[in-house]
Design a protein around this ligand. Structure first.
Ligand SMILES: Cc1cc2nc3c(=O)[nH]c(=O)nc-3n(C[C@H](O)[C@H](O)[C@H](O)COP(=O)(O)OP(=O)(O)OC[C@H]3O[C@@H](n4cnc5c(N)ncnc54)[C@H](O)[C@@H]3O)c2cc1C
Length: 408
């Protein structure tokens, strides 16, 4: 069942913001265009408050938005809405000719707008920027937000430093926005990336895939199918925290299986050694096979096999599971032999391999999905989305859980 609480949170705060600015503007006797200008600015400030809230990676919010990946999609569209609203606010200002002379009021608004356009533009369009650099641009978002809030307080035609409903709302969301931003920049990592472990085994499964075992100082609770963020402390390995699905282990030890896709994963593959220290944040993710129905269809693309492996390695399933494992050449089908063996020993489990170097691409055209089946999907974003669309279009109310290995 899709959780709609995230959308509800966005809708409720938007409606409250709209109504409070609307009625306060009317009570203040502002002309209609001026009232709209104030409402639009209020909605933009609310967007920033929401986005600072979403960036905390809070686990309740993760559930409300049906996963961190979907939460970040909302985050992106909220940022775009904020910029669009601020443009409308500036345009209305020009129409109302409020910006004839440069004063502290107009300067703070203009500066906030300029910085926001630069930063949001960078996050939206600089896709080629290395991920860590791209992510660090987010940290500066607090500066234009601060200017924007200050601008609202000094230039609003509706007094905000009052004990009115609007004054309290803007004060509370503004303060919360600043505190949440400070938390994300300075305290999130310290308070969340704090489970200590040591790399205890390293296996190179193929020329570009590594399986590594981590022994944790304290047992780690997770559902098989979830993912973590991990930071590795070894000279020559980039020190940012990266997300990986857990591919095995019971919590005292966990396994990760990583495929080379850029600098960090290449450094891991080329040089990771046992005894290196790590820090872990999580677990995150809503792939929980034990919560699925008695019949399950699993679809894995390439390295997207990892969450499924975590479950199979630790369980003898009592559900009827059918797995389609698509990969590109035998070097990518890293767990093919393991899965064939597992199939022989478990009557409940069947696996179909689709090696796209010698077979047509995996397709479900003409496939009949049995009633009461839960679908779990994990793989590259394009493949995952196309299968999700296909099943949602052809089977109304299908129970689908998916993870595309992408958070931007
Ligand atoms: C929920 C989830 C689970 C994943 N599970 C696995 C797995 O089991 N095995 C596996 O091999 N890969 C997995 N990935 C992908 C893995 O995180 C990236 O391949 C890895 O971070 C790439 O880093 P890089 O420096 O090698 O490459 P880069 O070239 O820096 O990054 C390639 C892409 O990876 C993503 N990425 C990079 N760094 C981060 C970061 N710090 N936080 C979020 N995304 C980032 C970005 O989309 C980026 O465009 C998973 C990703 C997600 C979101």
């Amino acid at each position: 069942m899709k959780n709609r609480k995230g959308l509800l949170l966005i809708s409720i705060t938007t409606i409250i913001t709209f109504l409070l600015w609307f009625f306060a503007g009317r009570a203040q006797g502002l002309v209609p265009l001026e009232r709209v200008r104030h409402i639009v600015a209020g909605l933009a400030l609310n967007c920033f408050f929401l986005n600072f809230l979403l960036s905390t990676r809070n686990k309740t919010l993760e559930k409300w938005f049906n996963g961190l990946d979907k939460l970040y999609v909302h985050h992106k569209y909220i940022a775009i809405s904020a910029i669009a609203l601020l443009f409308v606010h500036a345009l209305l200002g020009d129409m109302l000719k409020t910006s004839e002379a440069v004063t502290i009021k107009t300067a703070t608004g203009g500066l906030a707008m300029f910085l926001l356009v630069v930063l949001v533009g960078l996050t939206l369009f600089a896709k080629k920027l290395p991920y860590e650099k791209w992510k660090s641009t987010h940290k500066f978002m607090i500066i234009p937000y601060g200017f924007g809030l200050f601008h609202a307080y000094i230039s609003s035609h509706i007094p905000l430093l009052t004990f009115s409903a609007l004054g309290i709302w803007v004060g509370l969301t503004g303060l919360a926005g600043i505190l949440l931003a400070v938390y994300s920049i300075f305290f999130h990592e310290k308070s969340q990336l704090n489970k200590k472990g040591t790399v205890s085994q390293v296996k190179r499964l193929s020329p570009n895939t590594l399986e590594w075992e981590i022994t944790l100082e304290e047992p780690f609770q997770f559902s098989k199918g979830q993912f973590i963020f991990i930071k590795v402390f070894q000279p020559g390995i980039e020190d940012g925290a990266h997300p990986f699905s857990i591919s095995g282990g019971d919590g005292n030890k966990i396994l990760l299986t990583t495929k080379v896709s850029g600098d960090f994963t290449k450094q891991l593959h080329d040089s990771l050694v046992p005894e290196s220290k790590v820090l872990i944040e999580g677990p995150y993710g809503l792939m929980d096979f034990s919560q699925g129905k008695k019949k399950q269809l699993w679809i894995a693309g390439g390295i997207g096999i990892t969450p499924f492996m975590a479950y199979l390695r630790e369980n003898q399933p009592d559900q009827k599971i059918t797995l389609y494992y698509s990969f590109n050449g035998s070097e990518s089908g890293i767990y093919k032999d393991w899965l064939s063996n597992y199939q022989e020993k478990n009557k409940q489990f069947s696996v179909h391999f689709v090696d796209t170097t010698s077979m047509p691409r995996l397709s479900f055209e003409g496939y009949t999905l049995e009633e009461d089946t839960s679908i779990f999907l994990c793989g590259p974003e394009k493949m995952t989305k196309s299968f999700v669309n296909y099943f949602q279009k052809n089977y109304k109310d299908t129970d689908i859980t998916y993870e595309a290995f992408k958070l931007r």
